[in-house]
Design a protein around this ligand. Structure first.
Ligand code: ASP
Length: 346
């Protein structure tokens, strides 16, 4: 017969081991990536979805390898995004969407959560990897945001590879542009017509492929970055949220690192990236609660999505479009790669 003391001890032991197995250990590193929010018109093509997922897996592996061996979150973010910029299936670098004028104008930004240092470039036309240009703006200038020709000229001084604008234009993006251009010409629409509203950014539109990454490294430092060609058939000269710190990108070691994708104008108006961080800092919300709050109160259906990692390594991906390509991993062996809302349907 067990004494009451023995029974209590057995119970306590069982409870503590339950607590040990169910309380997830804080990861030493964590990384999350997006490949854009939108409709993903290839929804009916499992082959295309599989290719995008394998691209994301590759990007994740690049970032994880850096973080696992003690590299910085800034390096992980830059290298992941460089890979996606060079990959023609995403709307960043090669494969970017075209402006109404038929050229590519690229936006990017990066932020260091440890120091709040940040750098960005908007509307560049010849720098092959805008994310590296953004990082050089952060580390080699006293400014935060450079634009257009001046930004490309600065990239040249930094020995960043320059390419003709045609390098970025792929046949499939050119075809999409031609379809829209024909329609616009038929309707004799002006290029100044507002194109980035929730209505035009509908789930039936195939807008997809902006890229972003947020990471926590083994030193507890957060970083985030975003890179895009912007919105298809945007006005020449239009700058979206991706190079705007506090709108499309933000990182602060006290809270989180976040990269956004979607209708840039909405993310700028609502200062979405900073809002997420501010909700954590001032309202003491968890990352998940802060993200839920933003999607309930600030973003309307089809506006887009966010990926974020908190200073404790919590990962959140959330979107209100039909799809958002995303991948995440941490040092505890957690790993996921999805495109559609319900993972089992992926
Ligand atoms: N947010 C980007 C922009 O407005 C586009 C996107 O994420 O799809 O330029």
């Amino acid at each position: 017969m067990k004494t009451t003391l023995q029974t209590t001890l057995t119970l306590l032991l069982a409870l503590s081991s339950f607590a040990c197995t169910t309380t997830p250990q804080k990861p030493t590193y964590a990384i999350v990536i997006h490949g854009g929010a939108g409709s993903f018109s290839s929804a009916n093509s499992p082959e295309k979805a599989a290719i995008i997922k394998s691209d994301l897996a590759h990007a994740l592996q690049i970032g994880q390898a850096i973080l696992a061996k003690g590299g910085s979150s800034l390096d992980a973010v830059e290298q992941v995004i460089r890979y996606l910029e060079d990959n023609p299936r995403f709307n960043a670098g090669k494969g970017a969407v075209l402006t109404a004028a038929g050229t590519c104008e690229l936006d990017a930004s990066i932020m260091d959560g440890k120091t709040l240092a940040c750098g960005a470039s908007g509307g560049t036309k010849t720098t092959q990897n805008p994310i590296s240009l953004a990082r050089r703006v952060m580390t080699q200038t006293r400014h935060v945001l450079l634009m257009g020709d001046g930004a490309d000229a600065f990239a040249k001084t930094q020995s960043l590879t320059q390419v003709p604008n045609s390098y970025f234009i792929t046949p499939s993006k050119k075809q999409s542009w031609e379809r829209i251009h024909k329609r616009k010409r038929a309707k004799q629409n002006s290029d100044a017509e507002p194109i980035a509203t929730a209505a035009t950014y509908s789930p039936t539109h195939n807008i997809f492929g902006t890229v972003g990454c947020a990471a926590l490294d083994q030193n507890g430092n957060l970083a985030a970055g975003t890179s895009t060609g912007g919105l298809m058939y945007k006005m020449a000269g239009r700058i979206g949220d991706s190079p705007i710190i506090a709108a499309g990108t933000y990182a602060d070691n006290k809270t989180c690192a976040v990269s956004c994708t979607g209708v840039g104008e909405e993310f700028i108006r609502n200062a979405i990236a900073f809002r997420l961080s501010a909700l954590m800092q001032y309202k003491k919300l968890s990352l998940q609660q802060a993200a839920d709050h933003i999607f309930k109160h600030n973003l309307k259906p089809n506006h887009g999505g966010i990926i974020a990692v908190s200073h404790t390594g919590q990962i959140v991906t959330k979107f209100n479009t039909r799809a958002m390509a995303r991948a995440a991993a941490n040092s505890n062996g957690f790993k996921e790669i999805h495109i559609f809302p319900n993972p089992p349907a992926d």
